[in-house]
Design a binder for this molecule. Structure first.
Ligand code: EPU
Length: 335
């Protein structure tokens, strides 16, 4: 395995910000991963999967690891009879290729998560979600390497401490995920959960798993920019949770405020709506802007400086704070 010094990270973050890594390597096995951890015990470490949910404002003074650990194994031992399917997938497999693999074989549970960029190993970190589904609902186990000891640690679903776009792996910088065990099903029944998706499928009597994947892909292609054409990192902020009282107050001026009552009595509202009504839909400042069809996405029209993105995100946060008294929290990680 080669080590590269002062290596550019521009092609390893989907926002295309420029920064260098003091040391950069691409282990292709768990043994190589352990090797680089023990070669550089005292360096700060950063793991990059697809690089679709982070960007840089400065050079990284440490070891950047871009694992290339691939492979997939069906654990279930019988052929067609068992309703439950268990698959162990290595972290560097492409997420959407894995979804396509499952949909082709009729393995049910992740079709709503079609076309999300990134790797399988990144999926649990921020508990990816879309169209009423979250990956936490199909994860049985996550296997990771403790970056201090080099030991392998297994996390049950509960031990991953999943939350909305959150997990133990997002809150600590201690683990490098090497594989994920998924628990999928064979029986598919379409359950309407999400307005946009229901609408897309309204002409089909009994949608199949393939219909759902195709519909999700069509919606995403309409609403979300392709990072290869217009660099971005998906939703930039999390959807905020507010009190009922605050929701009522906002509704006096904005009756159409999306408001979803949660089990704990709080209200989940839409960051896209708040940004839109604060006047930041399709706004461009220099080379950074919000996407005209989905203002929750910040897009990069040509800057290589991550600080430009930070300045623009602060401008949006201020506008939303001034208009609604709500603090938007970034979903994307900033280094
Ligand atoms: N809206 C506006 N103006 C707009 C667009 C949207 O007011 O221009 C409002 C509408 O009220 C709409 C609502 O925002 O009903 C929600 O919009 P959308 O269905 O596009 O979903 P979202 O809440 O903005 C979340 C995820 C996306 C995921 C979609 C679909 C987060 C932070 N984002 O976005 O995930 O694809 O739902 O399920 O939870 C990502 O995390 O990177 C991501 C793209």
């Amino acid at each position: 395995m080669d080590y590269y010094r002062q290596s550019s990270l521009k092609n390893y973050n989907s926002f295309k910000t420029e920064a260098t890594a003091k040391i950069f390597c691409q282990p292709t096995s768990v043994a190589e991963l352990r090797q680089c951890l023990s070669d550089y015990p005292d360096e700060k470490k950063l793991i990059i999967g697809g690089g679709c949910n982070l960007f840089f404002t400065k050079d990284f003074d440490g070891l950047v690891i871009h694992p290339q650990i691939k492979g997939l194994r069906e654990i279930s031992d019988d052929e067609e009879e068992d309703e439950d399917i268990f698959l162990e997938v290595n972290a560097s497999e492409d997420w959407d290729e894995f979804v396509a693999y499952c949909v082709e074989r009729g393995f049910v549970g992740i079709e709503n998560l079609s076309l999300i960029p990134g790797t399988v190993g990144a999926a649990p970190i921020q508990n990816i979600g879309a169209y009423g589904a979250e990956v936490k609902d199909v994860i049985r186990e996550v296997v990771a390497i403790d970056m201090e000891t080099g030991e392998s640690v297994s996390f049950s679903n509960v031990e991953c401490e999943f939350g909305y776009r959150d997990s133990i792996f997002k809150r600590t910088n201690k683990y490098c995920i090497i594989s994920v065990v998924f628990h999928l099903k064979r029986t598919f029944v379409y359950t309407p959960k999400y307005f946009d998706l229901n609408k897309e499928l309204e002409d089909i009597d009994e949608p199949t798993i393939k219909d759902v994947r195709d519909a999700v892909i069509r919606i995403r292609q309409r609403k979300l920019p392709d990072e290869k054409v217009l660099p971005n990192a998906g939703s930039f902020f999390k959807n905020p949770y507010i009190t009922q009282e605050k929701a009522d107050k906002i509704k006096a001026d904005f009756p159409e405020l999306p408001a979803f009552l949660q089990k704990d009595g709080s209200i989940k509202t839409s960051a896209a709506f708040l940004i839109d009504r604060a006047g930041y839909k399709g706004v461009r400042v220099g080379d950074i802007g919000t996407y005209p069809y989905q203002p929750l996405i910040i897009v990069n029209y040509g800057s290589s400086n991550g600080n430009d993105i930070v300045r623009f995100k602060q401008e949006i946060q201020k506008a939303v704070k001034d208009t609604f008294d709500i603090e938007l929290e970034p979903e994307v990680r900033i280094f």
